[in-house]
Design a protein around this ligand. Structure first.
Ligand code: CU
Length: 67
């Protein structure tokens, strides 16, 4: 499935890469794409292996704010 959520605090390409690679490391995640301008991340994942709550936690652990 595909979900989009807001991530606050991403300011540059480094932040984009940090969020994308942290999400891509989660089992079940197929793709994570950050839109810096929109402050959003779109994640495609297998919901039998992970869920939105876990994905948001991973982003929070990287130091960014989710909503
Ligand atoms: Cu940055």
């Amino acid at each position: 499935m595909k979900e989009v959520f807001t991530v606050k605090g991403m300011s540059c390409g480094h932040c984009k890469n940090a969020v994308e690679s942290a999400l891509a490391d989660v089992d079940g995640v197929k793709e994570a794409v950050v839109d810096l301008e929109a402050e959003e991340v779109e994640v495609e994942f297998d919901d039998s292996q992970t869920d939105l709550k876990q994905l948001k936690e991973v982003v929070t652990e990287e130091g960014y704010k989710v909503s």
